[in-house]
Design a protein around this ligand. Structure first.
Ligand SMILES: *Cc1c(COP(=O)(O)O)cnc(C)c1O
Length: 257
């Protein structure tokens, strides 16, 4: 055991133990949800951006199946790696980075693409819809800019209803799976619930009313390392957790494209 620390040049992160910790935290948060909220178990998406294939593999071997990446080139490289497709055949990749319609053809190169979480406009949906050749429709979420910050991408709450209607009626190769937000960082929970989470909840109500579908048909992807427990208490059904699983990210080695 001691050897491990001497041999490895970088900080040793116990990914399997971290996953156990997060799953426990999720279970506790589910118990503290108001009974008015849907009681289904939230999905954990392990965000592996900038992390190695070895790290992804460790998480996979610890039972993790859903992974998220937010640099498209990195996702194509990781998902198409021959080792990955052999060792992690059942992996489910979520693309959670900024998306534009010109990226649609690159997105099609991802192996085991499970979901695109970051659609923001109808033209982007069309670009993916016309290219997707999967056996079942590609799951998509609409990213909503709930905090109204210019630095964050995402449809406005009003526009997300229009984009939902478009996907629902005009994109047979896409399945509208839910809404996603990043939200503003550092909310002080002593002042009350996170307004970003409350707004995403309201967006879903509006979308479900417009489409005349039950609320249980749409997931809410909200909550990251710092606030996944609070997000679950606020009704999140999908949390995206990176650094709490894989350790802090080092951006000095990576290009930001
Ligand atoms: C990086 C990232 C995350 C994970 O962030 P952590 O704070 O490391 O958990 C979640 N969602 C998106 C969109 C991200 O880019």
């Amino acid at each position: 055991m001691v050897m491990k620390y001497k041999v490895m040049p970088e900080v040793v992160v116990d990914i399997a133990a971290n996953l156990v910790g997060i799953r426990n935290g999720m279970r506790e948060a589910v118990k503290r949800r108001p009974s008015s909220l849907p009681q289904r178990d939230p999905v954990l998406v392990a965000v592996s951006k900038t992390k190695s294939l070895a790290a992804v593999r460790q998480a996979y071997e610890a039972g993790q199946r859903h992974f998220g990446e937010n640099y498209l080139k990195e996702l194509v490289m990781k998902s198409t790696n021959p080792d990955m497709t052999v060792i992690c055949p059942d992996i489910k990749w979520h693309y959670i980075g900024m998306f534009q319609k010109k990226m649609a053809s690159v997105l099609m190169r991802v192996t085991n693409l499970y979901m695109l979480e970051t659609l923001t406009a109808s033209q982007e949906a069309d670009a993916v819809n016309s290219r997707w050749k999967g056996t079942e429709p590609l799951r998509v979420m609409i990213q909503v800019n709930t905090s109204g910050e210019e630095s964050k991408s995402g449809a406005s709450p009003e526009k997300c209803v229009d984009v939902s209607i478009h996907i629902y009626n005009k994109c047979p190769n896409l399945k509208l799976s839910g809404l996603m937000t990043i939200g503003s960082a550092g909310h002080d929970y002593s002042t009350g619930p996170n307004p970003d989470f409350e707004l995403l909840w309201k967006c879903r109500t509006d979308v479900c009313n417009a489409l005349e579908i039950p609320m249980s048909d749409l997931d809410l992807s909200m909550g990251m390392s710092a606030d996944y427990e609070e997000a679950i208490k606020a009704g999140s059904t999908s949390v995206r957790v990176g650094s709490n699983i894989f350790g802090a990210r080092d951006y000095s080695q990576t290009s930001k494209t």
